[in-house]
Design a protein around this ligand. Sequence first.
Ligand code: LMR
Length: 391
Amino acid sequence: MFESLQPLAADPILGVIAQFNNDPRNNKIDLGVGVYRDEQGNTPILAAVKRAEEMLFAESTTKAYVGPLGNIQFNQLLAGLLLGDAHPSTSSLSLVQTPGGCGALRVAAEFIKRSNPSATIWVSDPTWGNHVPLLGDAGINLRSYPYYDFATHTLKFDEMMSALEEVKPGDLVLLHACCHNPSGTDLSVEQWQAVVDLAQKRGFVPFIDIAYQGFGQDLDSDAYGVRLVCEQLPEAIVAISCSKNFGLYRERVGAVAVLSQAPAVASSHIASIVRGIYSMPPDHGAAIVARILADEDLRNTWVNELTAMRSRIRDMRVSLVGELQKHSLAQRFSHIERQQGMFSFLGLTPEQVAKLADEHAVYMVESSRINLAGLTPTNIPVFADALSRTL
Ligand code: LMR
């Protein structure tokens, strides 16, 4: 039976990891998968995480099941981080721990199917490469709305709003809360309000992916859109990832949050969906996050570490454009300084991306999305030189 299966190409993002690892050159540069790296090119375990782990190791007394809703303390604390303390909608939110942001997206897709089997989810063009398989494989109809203008490297807001005028009541519009992946281009405060007004008028439900809270401006500003939606609309879905802001990538920790008039009903459906897919989430990552958020000292340490990660990426954006000035390319790539989060597009062809890998050992996703956290003060001149030779 299995001989009917044909081999598949590697995942467009994860495949870059293997390409990079297989390259024996020691001056290679990895701008592929979205993980934070420090100035030495390492993805460190945060000090707050290490200390929380030590405490958990000393204090843990059981490995009994956590249950489909996960760690209840984590759920409450993460709701506070998402909405801020004392948000008027906190009691209407059912927030449930999931295995990473991907788990959250997939549980959300199943929840949408149960609520409205004929719903369409509208995704930005472009969007994160894994949104389409994660949501589409759940059997949901997907459509896209215009978002990023590759010619000007800006948001196509008017076109986006015209497309969203066509969205039917009960459909969902997937929005990135901050640090849009892959474009680094976000909605302004005024644009969020316009989207919320349109959702009210058309009756569509915002479905917000927040995977980079703290990587854009700060923890509160990056959640602005989520908080606005939850304040002004009756229903919304949020997929949360703790991979990046807590550096817990391999622990798979995130959450799905549903805003509704009947949060207990929503929780009961999420619990039954979870039971039917993976039964319950793993414990460790959520226990770490809960420990950090509950302890003032650890929380302060974590916020400082998050601030340092954000500042380093911002510095790399500025330094790269400065270095490209030496090659008379600063104008062409000036958008990199205006954008935020881990990613920006270079606007290269797939052939140019392949040439950068073959001739200069510089790796990125084929769309020419780069992870700015892969740059360091040492490799920026090398990268800028390689880029200028490739254009
Ligand atoms: C990325 O976009 O590179 C990250 O979110 C990692 C992933 O799973 O794709």
